[in-house]
Design a protein around this ligand. Sequence first.
Ligand SMILES: Cc1cc2nc3c(=O)[nH]c(=O)nc-3n(C[C@H](O)[C@H](O)[C@H](O)COP(=O)(O)OP(=O)(O)OC[C@H]3O[C@@H](n4cnc5c(N)ncnc54)[C@H](O)[C@@H]3O)c2cc1C
Length: 390
Amino acid sequence: MSSRRTSSHAPAAPTIAVVGGGIMGALTALTAAHLGINVAWIGPAEQGRTDGADARNYALSPLTVDLLKQIGVWPAVAPLSCTVSRMEVFSGKARIDLSATDAGAEFLSVMVLHRDLLSALEQAVQFRPQIQRITARPDQISVTKDQVTLTAGGQTCTAQLVVGADGARSWVRSQTGILWGQRDYAQQGVVATFQTEYPHGGVATQWFDQGEILALLPLADSHQLSMVWSTSRPEPTSAAVMDEFVAGIQERSQGRFGKLTLVGDAVSAPLRMMITEQQSALRTVLVGDAAHTVHPLAGYGLNLGVQDLLSLEALWKEHRHDPGSTIAIHAYEKSRRFRVKRVQWGLDVLQRLVTQSHPALSRLREFGMRLVADIGPLRQFLIKQAISPQ
Ligand SMILES: Cc1cc2nc3c(=O)[nH]c(=O)nc-3n(C[C@H](O)[C@H](O)[C@H](O)COP(=O)(O)OP(=O)(O)OC[C@H]3O[C@@H](n4cnc5c(N)ncnc54)[C@H](O)[C@@H]3O)c2cc1C
């Protein structure tokens, strides 16, 4: 059992205040602490969160795994994760097999449960004296050209920079007045876990069919799959729809996982792409879902947030004396503006392509998939883009 590190001294004044108690908030606090920067990590504890995030599982990209290694959290996450080295994609009669070895990579992604990842991050925070944890929502913020002052849980802290890691409905974003908009996919993302009759063998599978996207992703338990199903059906989590749906998956997957049994409840959330006009303001930066959301078809949301953080980390090394300076903020904006939009619109185009159910477009999609299956270099290019985007 671990215990919270205590000190008889008052915590040092933070250089950075991180708002948001989720994965991005924890990762940001740990990354700053790893550089020796003092941080106030502010946000309610995640337990009891009601938006379904707790049911999610993440497909971590190699870049995200590298960050976990760097901040010393990987040893706690690795035994609870499943390495995905192969993926099978189906649409109608077409099929593509994507393998990490095709692109000279060690793996495509690593699957981990939201709660396991968060708990490993929270444990690590307890052993970083640079992090002061304030488990409350901030109620006030004031930003001047020299500093940011926040009050939360009756405490006031002053920092050089505030990082908004407080999710798609970001309070920090609303305080800055940064404009944002969203595209509603008019679909629900249904997340559930299935027990399988046969072992999954670490293979991820995805189907594009009838305007829906279904992903079955392997978990650390060799007989459990995590499902992300994008569907327009009303009440997709009702017992009748789920029963019909499970029978449908077994048929579509030609029984390759054997009998599937739902574990726990299925949880659904509306799918939206949220775009911000900027990812920064005076002494403020946004990371993760506070700055952007994407369709989950490529399992990319959290990984895109980690790329924000890698940009910040590089800038914090360079602008250590004042990470909230105008020069550092502009450099962050410049580094993220086009890259994030490219990923968001790229995934949006992909979503439109794979959910078109018009027969002519379905045939075109199948034709495209056969081309990818037959042309090795094209397949390699796609895998490299998926696991390590430039
Ligand atoms: C169905 C679905 C499946 C997905 N699958 C994947 C996947 O396989 N791989 C992947 O990379 N991504 C995936 N994503 C995306 C991923 O879930 C998000 O990108 C990621 O969780 C964002 O993390 P975050 O910490 O930025 O935001 P959040 O997880 O939303 O966390 C925000 C935190 O801020 C806190 N907060 C809110 N308001 C305040 C406030 N006022 N003050 C302080 N704290 C506050 C919240 O309580 C929460 O703890 C999926 C998304 C969906 C919808």
